[in-house]
Design a protein around this ligand. Sequence first.
Ligand SMILES: Nc1nc2c(c(=O)[nH]1)N=C([C@H](O)[C@H](O)COP(=O)(O)OP(=O)(O)OP(=O)(O)O)CN2
Ligand SMILES: [Zn+2]
Length: 117
Amino acid sequence: MIIYKTFSFDSAHYLPYVPLGHKCGGMHGHTYTLKVFLTGTPEIESGWILDYTDLKNGIRPIIDLLDHKLLNEIPGLENPTAEQLSLWLWNKIKPIFPGLCKIELNETPGTGVIYEG
Ligand SMILES: Nc1nc2c(c(=O)[nH]1)N=C([C@H](O)[C@H](O)COP(=O)(O)OP(=O)(O)OP(=O)(O)O)CN2
Ligand SMILES: [Zn+2]
């Protein structure tokens, strides 16, 4: 079974390696949406895989590293494409929640990345 929780954060970025004149070369912002998926078996006593509140409390400090920040200034995010941000998020979340099986990161409502490790 898989549970998930959705998070949102606002960040600025620019993409340093796009060709001259590309719209993403200049600084701009996105409201990112992150869905974190955990796989597991519901415990007999609680009936859940993990309390959503514990998931929220574990992910929140990671989101706080990104929210209202310039992503390019964060170590490991010097080229903050959605793909690189997904990898960065995976590497932060997996040690805390080993059941992590997928993340879905939307940069705009219609574009995003799905990463399954
Ligand atoms: N594979 C990727 N392509 C692009 C990325 C990325 O991270 N991975 N990022 C960008 C830029 O961040 C850009 O801000 C987003 O581009 P786009 O989706 O085109 O955004 P728009 O809001 O302009 O979308 P429209 O649907 O055209 O309005 C670019 N590419
Ligand atoms: Zn962008």
